[in-house]
Structure formats: C-alpha cells, structure tokens
Design a protein around this ligand. Sequence first.
Ligand code: ADP
Ligand code: MG
Ligand code: MG
Length: 247
Amino acid sequence: MLKINNLHAAIGDKTILKGLSLELNPGEVHAIMGPNGAGKSTLSYVLGGRDGYEVTEGSATFEGEDILDMDPHERAAAGLFLGFQYPVEIPGVSNLQFLRESLNAQRRARGEEELSGGAFIKLAKEKAALLKMDMDMLKRAVNVGFSGGEKKRNEMVQMGILDPKLAILDETDSGLDIDALRIVGEGINSIMRQPDKAVLLITHYQRLLDIVKPDHVHVLADGRIVKSGGPELALELEEQGYEAIAA
Ligand code: ADP
Ligand code: MG
Ligand code: MG
C-alpha cells in the first residue's frame, strides 16, 4: 500500500530524513517510535505534501502511484489521511461545514457524487457517537476552544467520515487523559482496523499501543529507521529507552 524507499528530505538546507525506507501492506498497523527531533513529524508532513519540505532523494508510492508528485488534495482524495500533533483551529467555519466540504471535495476528485445533506448528517452522527463527541461540538468552529483531547477526538471523527485507506497519525495520544485515550484508540481500531486499510502510528508511549496493537514497530532515529521488530520492540523501548535499543 505504502512503499517508501531511501527517502531523503530537507527543510531549507537542513536534511532531516536521511534514507528512510518502510513498507506497509493493507491490514497492517505500524508504529513508529523514536527520540524527539528524529524526523517523525517530518515524515508525516512529507507524505502529506506540506509546503517547505523538499524531497532530495528516494521515493514514496501509495498503491503504486508516486505520491510525492501529487498535491495534498490529490493525496487525500487517493485515500491518505494525516492526523496532526497539533490540530489547527479554523475560526468561522463549523466542524460540520468543514467535514462536509472535505468529504465532498474528495468525492468530486474521485468522480463520485456528493453526499446529500441528510446522508452527511447521518454519517456525522454515527462517527461522532463512535468517538463520544456531542453533535453540538460539531456545530462549533473547527477546534476553536477545544481541549487537547477534544481536538484529537474531533480529528478521529474527521477520519471516520473521510474513511481513508491509510492513516498517518502523529502523536494522536499526546495530551489525552486515560478515558479519552481509550475512546481515541478504540475509534482508530473500529475505523481503521480493516483488511483493506493501514495505519502508521507515531507515538512515544506503549499506552496507545496497548489499545491499537501494532503488527510492526520501527525506531526512527536521526532520519532513518534504525530498528524494526514486532510489538515486543515497543515494550523493550519503554523499559530500556531509545539509547539502549537504537544506538
Ligand atoms: P520528531 O517529530 O521526531 O520529534 P521533527 O520531524 O519534528 O522530529 O523534527 C526533526 C528535526 O527537524 C529536528 O531537528 C527539528 O528541529 C528540525 N525541524 C523541524 N521543523 C523545522 C523547520 N521548520 N526548520 C528547521 N528545522 C526544522
Ligand atoms: Mg507485514
Ligand atoms: Mg513530532
């Protein structure tokens, strides 16, 4: 589904990703762990197509297509979803407006019909319930005044509505209390734990991986994957730290 080969990427003249290779198959959850500044967020930005990141070497394909060549909207329409460490606030635009327009833009790009208002509200209610989000919150401006946990749950509602093939989730567990962590983790499972979908979960902590159980765990350090293993690798990292495992 996702094939990253020898990826090098820079911000300005600073090279951050230094030969990163990774392959995700449908049905798999991969966790990426690693010290601060390793390039984890950079990887998600590069895959999402954020401005300011220059790929200097290597490739990334999504279902066989060169995604680095697509603009961010094309990537989203192709089925790529990015969850951000710091979700943006959009004053003046309600969550429901934003979600409906995002979904319909993707459907138009895929040559599909737009969803009617009624069908959209039904879908939004279903996904909001899954994430235990009140519909009243979805009527408020995007993320404005939301707590950290509410922003993350809101983002998972968005993921549920957009129904991507591949989700790249960057520290979705940061700032969540124990109950919100469970709601978000179970939301990820119910939306994304399917044979035709895959997840790249960037996290520092085992606690999310106790709920969303990874098939593969990778350590990213200094811009490349330095170690890969099964779920046990995350436990070893938590016990021994990155230095001991990845040095
Ligand atoms: P991680 O998510 O693993 O903590 P990041 O991908 O955020 O790491 O950052 C990787 C490196 O890139 C860090 O050294 C960081 O300081 C640097 N970096 C991130 N954004 C910028 C930027 N806009 N300009 C220059 N350096 C940056
Ligand atoms: Mg595998
Ligand atoms: Mg980061």
